[in-house]
Structures are given as structure tokens and as C-alpha cells.
Write a protein of this length. Structure first.
Length: 393
């Protein structure tokens, strides 16, 4: 690992531990002398912690000021986006509540408003909703009928792969991710036992702007955040910060955490994210406790090895060993090992340019959900499947 990569990792870790003030670090001066400030800016953007650097250095001089100025626009946009989402929630809650649709707000504004000490520390790009699966088809039709534009149009892909979410653009220009299941990919979803109903059973009401909305309980939220992050690669510092803030600042009931993670079959995923947060952000949990939560230490050792090869805080691109290993995590070490081999081989084949050529139809089936493909029959098949599967989740 290069000296500049180590410096970048140290700076990012220190920055998210010092949300206020105008502290500068000696590592930043050394990084500037190496001509690597651009790499720091890229890394902060990748890890979604740019706002921390902006707030830390906006009133300083020299190299730190230069970095802060690069993030001024994105900082302003993130604050504006939050205010727009808050306004969106006021309208959205009225629409869904009038139709008696059971729904929850997850991530995004719920974290910014009720987990972090200030709203500008947790940037996000879209509004994530979880809708009770049996109510999902009618909820989407209701939103479409009130001015929300459904962006997904590849109904053949959606019906074939049974995606766990749809994307809509609101009249206010907010991107809304509507989930009927927390796991978007059907292959991964079938590996675990994630029940959407569990989140509704333990939900709580919070105020976001003028809207009183339901969101997940703190303990359930920890399991959800860890599961989502691990399946996405667990390689962004903001995801580790979410877990740290939840463990330290929220009222977490660990018996409930272990019970829910066990019921969902995601104890290994939870263990991976807790261990990464402990190592990178000094989360005050003992390694032995994390091993008990994870149900063993063998897979955690594999993940630790991957993290030594590509430390989370130094990652700036996708495709690292840490990312591949986290995404391969399954309910037990043997299944995780098989998935790791499969993913590693797929990555190697793709990197070598040896993937087989696909027909036009196969390309569209494996392509973007936004690319038009399929017809009304495929759309109806998708919604019928979500309702049917949702009756059991």
C-alpha cells in the first residue's frame, strides 16, 4: 500500500471522528506535499463523507481550505436535498395514509434527523420507503395516479428476477425507492429469511419536518443497516458510521438484535459490519462479543484477511477484495466460501474479457430496469408475484 493511501485512510478516519471545529492534521500537510489532495477528494466522495471534511475545514486556510472549497457545492446540495425530502414526506404521508397503506421510512431522512447529531452529517440521494408487500401493487398505482412517475420500465427483467424495489420520481423531483422487500436481488433474497413484516411489528413513529411517519425500531434498524451494507460490499465509511451512531447513540436491545439477525439468517452479515466498524472507527464492542453475535469466528477471519489486503478506509473504487468478500457473506461459513469462489471467478472472467457474448434479448434481461422491455402482462406478473411472495414475508 502506498504512503498516500495510508495517509488518506488516516485523514478520513480522523475527520469523521471530529465533526465540529477547524482541526487540521499533519497527515494532510504531508499529503499535500505529495500532490495527492485530488486523491483525498475522490476518496471522500466515494465514502460519502465529504460533508465532514467541508465542515471541519471550511474556516481554515491552506490545503485544508482548498479541500473544503471543493466540497462546498456538494454540501449545499445535500442540505437542499434533505429539505426537499422533508417537504416530500409531508405530501407522501398524506397520500399513503389516506389510502391506509402500511409503510415505513428507512435510511436517508430518518438517519439524518434521528440518528446523527446534526442533519448535514448524513448526506443521501433518495427517499427509501418500505411498503407492506400485499399493499405494494395498489400503493404504486396510487402514487402513479397522484403525479409520481415510475422510472422502471423493463417489466420482463423485473418479473423474471423479481426485484425487491421500484423507483419513482416525485412531482418535487425526489427519487423515491419503494421496497416491498429489503433485499433487491432475488438470488440473495432466497438465501436469507428476511421478513418485511418484522420491521412493521417493531416500528416506531418519529417526526420528520411536519410529517409524523413510521420507521424501524433502533434494534431492528441496526440489523437492517448491517444487512444492507454488507450485501452492498460494506466498503464505504458512511455505512460504518451509521452502525457506530446506532450502537452508541440509539437504544439498542442486543437480545432483540441477536434474535432478529438469527431469524433472518444474517448473523454473519451483522458480525462482518460490526467487526469492520470496531476496527476502523473503534466501536466499543469486544471482539469476543462480535464473534458470539456472528455465530463464530471462522468467516470473520476471512473478512479480516481481505480487509488487510484492502483496508476499507483506503478504498476508492469498486471491485476490492474487501467488497467481494462482504458481498459473498451468507448464513454460514461454508455457504459464504462457495459464494466467494463464485464471485471471484466471475470477477476474474469479466476482468479478462472472457465473458460469453449475449444475445440482444439476454442483454436486455440483464440490463437496466429503466430500459423499456416487456408489456402489460409482464407488469401484472411482477405485481402478482410481489403480492404472493409478500404474503409470506
Amino acid at each position: 500500500m502506498s504512503r498516500s493511501s495510508k495517509l488518506i485512510g488516516q485523514i478520513l478516519r480522523q475527520s469523521i471522528a471530529h465533526a465540529d471545529g477547524n482541526e487540521t492534521f499533519p497527515e494532510l500537510t504531508e499529503l499535500a506535499n505529495l500532490g495527492q489532495l485530488e486523491s483525498l477528494i475522490d476518496a471522500a466522495s466515494f465514502h460519502r463523507v465529504s460533508n465532514y471534511l467541508y465542515l471541519l475545514w471550511k474556516d481554515t486556510e491552506g490545503a485544508s481550505r482548498e479541500v473544503a472549497e471543493r466540497f462546498a457545492l456538494s454540501y449545499q446540495q445535500s442540505v437542499w436535498n434533505h429539505l426537499r425530502v422533508v417537504a416530500e414526506l409531508a405530501q407522501l404521508s398524506q397520500i399513503l395514509n389516506d389510502e391506509s397503506v402500511p409503510w415505513l421510512v428507512v435510511k436517508g431522512p430518518a438517519l439524518a434527523e434521528h440518528l446523527y447529531p446534526r442533519i448535514d452529517l448524513r448526506p443521501y440521494s433518495d427517499l427509501d420507503l418500505v411498503i407492506q408487500p400485499t399493499a405494494f401493487p395498489e400503493a404504486i398505482r396510487t402514487l402513479e395516479g397522484t403525479g409520481y412517475r415510475l422510472l422502471d420500465s423493463n417489466w420482463r427483467l423485473l418479473a423474471t428476477e423479481l426485484k425487491g424495489e421500484l423507483h419513482l420520481l416525485s412531482p418535487l423531483g425526489v427519487l423515491v425507492d419503494a421496497h416491498w422487500n429489503l433485499i433487491n436481488d432475488a438470488r440473495a433474497r432466497n438465501t436469507f429469511r428476511v421478513r418485511t413484516a418484522d420491521l412493521f411489528e417493531g416500528s416506531r413513529q418519529v417526526k420528520i419536518g411536519d410529517a409524523l411517519v413510521s420507521t424501524t425500531a433502533s434494534s431492528d434498524n441496526l440489523v437492517y443497516l448491517a444487512t444492507h451494507a454488507c450485501l452492498a460490499g460494506g466498503d464505504r465509511l458512511i455505512w460504518l458510521k451509521d452502525i457506530e451512531e446506532t450502537v452508541i447513540g440509539a437504544d439498542v436491545e442486543w437480545d432483540r438484535v441477536v434474535e432478529l439477525a438469527g431469524a433472518w439468517g444474517v448473523r454473519s452479515l451483522l458480525g462482518v459490519m460490526l467487526e469492520r466498524t470496531r476496527r476502523v472507527l473503534s466501536l466499543p464492542l469486544a471482539g469476543e462479543d462480535i464473534q458470539r453475535i456472528a455465530g463464530g469466528r471462522s468467516w470473520l477471519e476471512v473478512v479480516r484477511l481481505a480487509d488487510r489486503l484492502s483496508p476499507i478506509e483506503t478504498i476508492r473504487v469498486e471491485g476490492s477484495p474487501s467488497r467481494i468478500t462482504a458481498r459473498a457473506t451468507r448464513s454460514n461459513p461454508s455457504r459464504s466460501a462457495v459464494e466467494l469462489v463464485r464471485r471471484s471467478m466471475s470477477w476474474a472472467v469479466a476482468r479478462a474479457g472472457l465473458a460469453p457474448r449475449l444475445s440482444e434479448q439476454e442483454q436486455r434481461l440483464r440490463g437496466s430496469a429503466y430500459e423499456p422491455f416487456g408489456d402489460e402482462q409482464d407488469r401484472n406478473a411482477f405485481f402478482a408475484s410481489t403480492s404472493m411472495e409478500g404474503a409470506d414475508v
